[in-house]
Write a protein that binds this ligand. Structure first.
Ligand code: TQI
Ligand code: CA
Ligand code: ZN
Ligand code: ZN
Length: 253
């Protein structure tokens, strides 16, 4: 029976790349069971003991056949399959540029209309905390022109070749890390910025743009803050997706 299955699985394309449930959520054993079912498509895999399943997988991948969820097996099932595709949806800029200073300093050039200065200050601080909470990074607000990341609210043509476009459409942009230039996050000052669901939520956009400024490109994961679509969610309950965390930790660990 096992050999029939082996044959079947051999004819399956190597990289079906079925997303695996987040490893953090499941313990190793559940992770393995889930992996086995998804990878081998055996509906009746409940009929086999876990030990049989383990031996089967170990045989298939030429690991030592212990029937135990030992370290080599654990490491194996957690690695990206086929070496082609990660389970990740995030992407990085070419050459993987990062900001090498830590703490990273940031400055704020001006404030938007319609929001209290204190709220804006707090929003930016909260946005930096989102990224510092999952990395060794620290952020420090400075009141000088020399900072690693400069935040500003600007309208229309503003001197960097990427003009803003009035209310709507482009909301903001950020420059990928570059050792030769100061990092920057520009917000279109023609948007109605807010800390609520009215207008455009500054916090959500700031988290997204900081992601760019730190080296993340867009993600294909709809739950990611780096997904290229503005979707309001309550900042109070905001959480990075696992994909965001994997992406930023790839750059800063
Ligand atoms: N601004 C784009 C953005 O930041 C500009 C941009 C497109 C960009 N591709 C980029 C910047 C690659 C750096 C690297 O995505 S935007 C959203 C979202 C925008 C969009 O105004 O369209 C957010 C700004 F995700 F909601 F669509 C912020 Cl959060
Ligand atoms: Ca705009
Ligand atoms: Zn700009
Ligand atoms: Zn973006």
């Amino acid at each position: 029976m096992l050999s029939t299955l082996l044959l079947l699985t051999f004819f399956l394309p190597c990289c079906l790349s079925i997303p695996i449930v987040s490893s953090d959520v499941l313990d190793d054993l559940n992770f393995f069971k889930d992996y086995f079912q998804r990878f081998f498509f055996i509906k009746e895999s409940q009929d086999y003991t876990v030990e049989d399943q383990l031996r089967f997988l170990q045989h298939f991948f030429k690991l030592e056949e212990t029937g135990l969820l030992d370290e080599p097996t654990r490491a194996f099932i957690r690695q990206p399959r086929c070496g082609i595709r990660d389970t990740a949806d995030y992407s990085l800029f070419p050459g993987r540029p990062i900001i090498t200073n830590n703490p990273i300093t940031y400055s704020l050039i001006n404030y938007p209309e319609g929001m209290k200065k204190r709220t804006v200050d707090e929003v930016l601080q909260k946005a930096t905390q989102v990224w510092s909470s999952v990395t060794p990074l620290e952020f420090q607000r400075v009141y000088s022109l020399e900072s690693d990341i400069e935040f500003a609210f600007l309208a229309g043509e503003h001197g960097d070749g990427y003009p803003f476009d009035g209310e709507g459409n482009i909301l903001a942009h950020a420059f990928a890390p570059n050792p030769d230039y100061q990092g920057a996050v520009h917000f279109d000052s023609d948007e109605r910025w807010s800390y609520t669901n009215r207008g455009i939520n500054l916090f959500l956009v700031a988290v997204h743009e900081l992601g760019h400024a730190l080296g993340l490109e867009h993600s294909q994961d709809p739950d990611s803050i780096m997904f290229p679509n503005y979707q309001y969610q309550d900042p109070k309950f905001f959480q990075l997706s696992n994909d965001d965390i994997r992406g930023i930790q790839k750059l800063y660990h």
